[in-house]
Design a protein around this ligand. Structure first.
Ligand SMILES: C[S@@+](CC[C@H](N)C(=O)[O-])C[C@H]1O[C@@H](n2cnc3c(N)ncnc32)[C@H](O)[C@@H]1O
Length: 223
């Protein structure tokens, strides 16, 4: 998989051509496109139940987006939400912190012709329960990519995932290790709340896979 710091990142999802304008020079990490967002979308494209028959598709049930609701946390330029929209996740709200919203809205507008829709946005700071509740959970899909890098945001992030995801819903996480301390804390807390499934590397899209990036599926533990 190629990494690029070019100002525009292109991503094809079946016949839909998405493009994202990034600004790597800004002080906010959300104005860049982080590669594991591409890895997550291309994983979902590879196993799209509409194009990959159920008999040979271990993810046919997981990735059946028809009639489901989704929310993306820490969306940045909105790659995962727009990619999954292109794969059929219609009712999706894309969230981030206030300073990242202009870049997010810009990219949603940029891809409106390709998607024939500008997706809904909302400001969401993970620790803010009022903002979380205003999204009217539960969601069938909570999506997040490359969001684990600061210890102080680990607990609010897991709290937001837990509050937002339906009891029978899933969290789809694109993950790359950024900080050993945040990593350790995140996985310890996660395993207290969720059943964690790691997608085997060989199931990622062969052109969009690299050693450091993983895709995980979380399901709420039964009480
Ligand atoms: C490394 S970027 C990843 C952006 C995008 N998901 C991607 O993969 O390209 C991390 C994102 O998490 C967001 N973020 C960090 N802390 C947050 C918080 N406390 N509440 C909400 N979003 C947060 C940042 O604004 C940023 O958009």
């Amino acid at each position: 998989m190629k990494f690029t710091d070019s100002p525009v990142i292109e991503l094809s999802v079946h016949d839909t051509r998405l493009s994202f304008q990034q600004d790597n020079g800004s002080m906010h990490v959300g104005t860049s496109v982080w590669p594991c967002s591409l890895v997550l979308v291309k994983f979902a494209e590879r196993w799209d139940p509409l194009t990959c028959a159920a008999a040979e598709n271990p993810y046919a049930a997981l990735l059946n987006f028809a009639g489901k609701r989704g929310v993306e946390l820490g969306a940045g330029c909105g790659v995962a939400a727009m990619g999954l929209y292109a794969l059929g996740l219609r009712d999706v709200v894309v969230t981030d912190i206030a300073p990242v919203m202009p870049a997010l809205r810009h990219n949603l507008k940029r891809n409106k012709p390709a998607l024939k829709k500008a997706l809904k946005t909302a400001q969401l700071y993970w620790g803010n329960e009022e903002q979380t509740n205003s999204l009217k959970p539960p969601f069938d899909f909570v999506v997040a990519t490359d969001v684990v890098y600061l210890e102080e945001t680990v607990a609010p992030l897991i709290g937001a995932m837990e509050r937002l995801v339906a009891d029978d819903g899933v969290v789809l996480l694109g993950y790359q290790l950024r900080s050993p301390e945040a990593h350790e804390m995140f996985w310890e807390m996660c395993r207290g709340v969720f059943e964690v499934e790691k997608i085997p590397h060989e199931h990622l899209h062969p052109d969009y896979a690299y050693e450091e990036a993983d895709v995980y599926v979380f399901r709420k533990k039964r009480k």
